[in-house]
Write a protein that binds this ligand. Structure first.
Ligand code: ASP
Length: 316
């Protein structure tokens, strides 16, 4: 693997499992009193973020530091992008300074793929428009596996604004590759036109689905991507699709609640529900660091080959 642009780049269940197994090693590293290994000493990683981010950016940055890599920060607001510099020129400029990997977030689907075609460095997709967010899917798989042992045969409902969600696209690919059954629950206006081709079931009755799930995964209403009015009001959305306290009572006692963040408390998830012990939202963030360490290590570590040898090297 040279780049991580889509969950599909991991080559199905075995590639995803490799990342998850390696993540176990980095969870162990992160728990040490000095959570740092020299694995990527001498490597330089640049962040190319054209869209806002809290979790993804800080977690990639922490992951790189724990692996002893050098990092190069780029922020669109204070760069020559404001003078009209193109994505291609910006990417090639950054590469000319000597980077081994570029982590790209962009509002347009396919932007990281374009960057990968222009530079020799490894490119990691940190979210491209409505398209994909593969490291989010990996950290979500890791979090579910940590709680339930495996995703095989589990029922996961993804609820909300599927249409504008790159998280939904990557998670459907990863969850189904690992053998989970996925049900999308959304109003018809928030489902993408291509959804018939996805390996999922579809429902618009959240109350009927909730008692059957192992995991309910809420999505944010992505208002920044909505170009038309797809919902009467947010209050109505919450009434039909929000995980309110009353609705959370329909869940089985062992069912888990997830959300990629940032949350709109009181819209897709009630504040009280987000803070329940069954809510894994903080575990997702915590695991994000170790998962991103695993991804950076697989792309840039010595030999960059997948497999148990990589795990052994990290443990050594
Ligand atoms: N943080 C996730 C993303 O960048 C989810 C969201 O923004 O709602 O796609």
């Amino acid at each position: 693997m040279t780049h991580l642009l889509s969950v599909d780049d991991l080559g199905g269940a075995s590639g995803i499992e490799e990342v998850l197994r390696l993540t176990d090693s980095f969870v162990e590293v992160s728990a040490r009193s000095i959570p740092k290994v020299p694995a990527l000493r001498g490597k330089t990683i640049a962040w190319l973020f054209y869209e806002d981010s809290t979790r993804t950016r800080l977690s990639f940055e922490t992951a790189a530091k724990r692996l002893s890599a050098d990092t190069m920060n780029f922020s669109v607001g204070s760069s020559s992008v404001n003078k009209g510099e193109s994505l291609r020129d910006t990417a090639r400029t950054i590469e000319a300074m000597g980077v081994d990997a570029i982590v790209v977030r962009h509002g347009s689907a396919g932007a990281p793929h374009r960057v990968a075609s222009w530079v020799d460095a490894s490119v990691i997709n940190a979210g491209d428009g409505w398209h994909e967010h593969p490291t989010q899917a990996l950290l979500d798989c890791y979090t579910i596996r940590q709680q339930l042992g495996s995703l095989e045969g589990r029922h996961i409902a993804i609820v909300g604004d599927i249409k504008h969600s790159r998280v939904a696209r990557s998670n459907v690919l990863a969850f189904s590759a690992l053998g989970a059954e996925v049900t999308l629950v959304a109003p018809p206006t928030l489902l993408p036109p291509s959804v018939d081709t996805w390996p999922v079931k579809i429902s618009n009755d959240l109350d009927a689905v909730l008692p059957t799930v192992d995991v309910v995964y809420l999505l944010r209403m992505q208002r920044e991507r909505m170009t038309e009015s797809l919902l009467p009001t947010l209050r109505e959305y919450t009434a039909f699709w929000g995980l309110t306290v009353a609705r959370a009572a329909l869940l089985r006692p062992d069912a888990l609640v997830m959300h990629p963040g940032p949350m709109n408390r009181g819209v897709e998830i009630a504040a009280e529900v987000a803070d329940l012990p069954r809510s894994l939202i903080i575990d997702q963030v915590r695991n994000g660091v170790a998962v991103r360490m695993a991804v950076l290590y697989l792309l840039l570590g010595s030999g960059a080959e997948l497999g148990t040898t990589a795990e052994e090297r990290v443990r050594a």
